[in-house]
Design a protein around this ligand. Structure first.
Ligand SMILES: C[S@@+](CC[C@H](N)C(=O)[O-])C[C@H]1O[C@@H](n2cnc3c(N)ncnc32)[C@H](O)[C@@H]1O
Length: 244
């Protein structure tokens, strides 16, 4: 193991700024819930509170996510590979819509569980000229019935696209199994996700900061045998290594 003390310090302290915004978002959501009383959406249940606070946090620092993904990750090369009938998991603010190659798409169904994001996604659909192909489904990707009502059934999907969503689902391996079942033979799963560093001290930091993708997902990540990783060779001390 190499110590690289300064690099480690920089990499490990980098995420504390976005995390400080998370603390602020929780405070602001709690304040609004208290002032708004029981009529306030966030006050209805712990799950509503979490969704409101997450939306506020994500929206506030979204420009950083866009900038980092655009300049330091393979995401801009991954997303345009989506083709045919695409199932996009957790579009969030709709950041990936700008990256689709529209000429390759027949239909895109975006499944987002947090309803707060819907207006932002629909605005992005309009701004990117995707109204004729993109449909938003507000619900969980695990809701088979809702997917079936949109015609997303076993063996029907050309591409499943998941950019930093699997770290949020309760059982990523079960979700991945379900998603494989939806793919046509030769269909593709395109994903970008946190993975475990090979450096033990960094792993200890990762456990504080994020959930890491189980190795089994990385090993079995492609349906057509094309299991190239597009992630540049990151130093193992990088705080949030990803798999693509
Ligand atoms: C970290 S954000 C990533 C957003 C977007 N994919 C991007 O690249 O900017 C994760 C998103 O997945 C959504 N999400 C989490 N679990 C989900 C589920 N079970 N079904 C659908 N969406 C989910 C969250 O609400 C959130 O918008």
């Amino acid at each position: 193991m190499q110590w690289q003390i300064l690099d480690r310090f920089r990499n490990y302290t980098d995420p504390w700024r976005p995390l400080s915004y998370a603390v602020w978002a929780v405070y602001a959501t709690a304040r609004d819930a208290l002032l708004g009383g029981r009529g306030s959406g966030a006050a209805r249940s712990p799950a509503s509170f979490k969704e409101s606070a997450f939306y506020l946090w994500f929206k506030t620092i979204n420009h950083h996510f866009i900038e980092i993904e655009s300049t330091r990750t393979p995401v801009p090369q991954l997303v345009p590979q989506a083709s045919g009938l695409v199932l996009e998991l957790g579009p969030g603010m709709g950041n990936q819509l700008r990256r689709f190659d529209k000429s390759k798409l027949t239909r895109v169904v975006g499944v987002e569980s947090n309803a707060h994001f819907a207006p932002d996604i629909l605005l992005e659909v309009k701004e990117r000229g995707l109204e004729d192909v993109y449909e938003l489904l507000t619900g969980s990707v695990d809701d088979r019935g809702a997917l079936e009502r949109r015609g997303i059934v076993a063996g029907s999907v050309d591409t499943v696209l998941s950019i930093q969503v699997l770290c949020s689902v309760p059982d990523p391996e079960a979700t991945m199994r379900e998603l494989y079942g939806l793919l046509k033979p030769g269909g593709r799963l395109i994903f970008w996700e946190h993975h475990r560093s090979s450096d033990w001290l960094t792993v200890a930091m990762q456990c504080w900061l994020t959930r890491v993708t189980p190795p089994s997902l990385v090993v079995h990540s492609c349906s057509d045998g094309d299991d190239r990783s597009m992630e540049p060779n990151l130093e193992p001390i990088h705080r949030l290594p990803h798999d693509a």
